[in-house]
Design a protein around this ligand. Structure first.
Ligand code: ADP
Ligand code: MG
Length: 152
């Protein structure tokens, strides 16, 4: 497996579809920043850690995340986009802020859902799987701020 994969970029505005009202906002990485992932990974749901820079109460904090690597309807499904749901309660949106992520493993393929309930249920399962996996000793080091002194 190609993991860990490191990704970073300023959080982009997406199509605003679904994320927040499913209780699962996803911070979108800029297209040009996802090549390290899209060149070696298939679409699907992944887990890892993420952090957001430039928020005063978030300095140096690293949170578990689940990421969807999926085909983007905006580009007629010809391009992959990476969207990250961070398992943390943020006080406000953080569009435009730099986000850094380390992707550590694969959870499942992209699926089509017939109901909203089924989708929400799967997202909750993904979060549990992610937390369970991240609790393994070998992943601990990635949950530590890689740039503790870099508090610009
Ligand atoms: P969009 O289509 O613009 O990505 P979403 O409904 O997916 O809209 O919401 C994503 C935005 O929500 C992120 O860009 C970020 O600013 C904000 N947000 C707040 N909390 C979180 C979180 N825990 N994980 C990811 N994004 C979050
Ligand atoms: Mg989103």
């Amino acid at each position: 497996a190609p993991f860990p994969i490191f990704l970073s970029g300023a959080v982009q505005r997406g199509l605003g579809r679904g994320g927040k009202d499913l209780g699962c906002p996803t911070a979108n990485l800029p297209d040009e920043s996802i090549t390290p992932m899209s060149s070696v990974c298939k679409p699907g749901v992944y887990f890892g850690y993420a952090q957001v820079y430039g928020l005063s109460d978030e300095e140096g904090k690293v949170h578990p995340m689940v990421m969807s690597l999926g085909w983007n309807p905006f580009y007629k499904n010809e391009r992959l986009t990476a969207e990250i749901h961070i398992m943390h309660n943020f006080k406000a949106d953080f569009y435009g802020q730099d986000m850094q992520a380390v992707v550590l493993g694969y959870i499942r393929p992209e699926l089509d859902y017939t109901s909203r309930e089924a989708l929400v249920e799967d997202i909750n399962t993904d979060k549990r799987v992610a937390l369970r996996s991240l609790s393994r000793e070998a992943y601990k080091k990635f949950g530590v701020d890689p740039n503790p002194s870099d508090d610009t």
